[in-house]
Design a protein around this ligand. Structure first.
Ligand code: HEC
Length: 108
């Protein structure tokens, strides 16, 4: 196991502000790591990656580029399993991180 070195603890006000803004850079970095671990078997998760490793699965960059891809939409989508997704149970904090990462790809 690699040591985990997250910045702890984030002051509540900062966290609330970042949540309101929809993007938090630390979250996005953590979401990137989570995406590599949990999503990369089906999705191309790296910035700018156009194609998925399997079939018609959209890349994260493609997903980010869709105008209807918003934080609430992604949260709703990721709260339920999809696309024969194995039994991945993300905590709400992990969903926040993955959503932050996907949204960070919007300008890539
Ligand atoms: C077993 C394969 C598989 C895995 C693992 C997987 N996905 Fe998917 N995903 C799919 C498929 C297939 C689709 C397209 C069909 C659908 O929407 O269900 C999809 C669609 C999506 C979409 C919606 C795209 C759209 O059309 O709006 C999002 C967002 C998404 N995946 C995120 C994730 C995240 C985040 C993870 C990791 C936690 C993940 N997926 C893991 C197969 C997978």
């Amino acid at each position: 196991m690699k040591p985990r070195h997250f910045l702890l603890p984030v002051p509540l006000l900062v966290a609330a502000g970042a949540f309101a803004a929809g993007i938090d850079n630390d979250d996005a970095a953590r979401g990137h790591a989570l995406a590599r671990a949990w999503c990369a078997s089906c999705h191309a998760v790296e910035p700018g990656a156009p194609k998925a490793p399997s079939g018609d699965v959209p890349s994260f960059t493609a997903i980010a580029g869709v105008p209807t891809t918003t934080s609430p939409a992604l949260h709703a989508f990721l709260s339920t399993p999809h696309g024969k997704m194995p039994d991945i149970k993300l905590t709400s904090g992990e969903i926040d991180a993955v959503v932050a990462y996907i949204l960070s790809l919007k300008d890539k």
